[in-house]
Design a binder for this molecule. Sequence first.
Ligand SMILES: [Zn+2]
Ligand SMILES: [Zn+2]
Length: 119
Amino acid sequence: MNCFYHSTSPAVGLCKHCQRGLCPECAAVIDDVLACKHRHEDAVQKQEQLSARNLFQSKRVASAYHRNAIFYGLVGALFTGFGALQYRFLGLQAVFFIMIGFLLLYAASANYFEGRKHK
Ligand SMILES: [Zn+2]
Ligand SMILES: [Zn+2]
């Protein structure tokens, strides 16, 4: 493949914005990616900033899921433990607590796995 702008020069890479071949003379390097010099430098720079921000956001989403997982896990363990301890005194009511506890533990693990997806 040759440079889009100089049909006789071999291309060293593609512009991230327009996917055209670029020779060393036409290529501008922005954050490890190439752009058409003086043509798409700004566009590629904006694109790169956007994807960096997305990465940042997905990390924040993951930590929110992990926080939820810890919270649900703790409350779930509390309910389950309380239900198990009080079972002799409360009977069916204790079973109700244990069920809520298991539901929360389930929510905790769901949040945990969802958080891992966003890493
Ligand atoms: Zn370009
Ligand atoms: Zn060129």
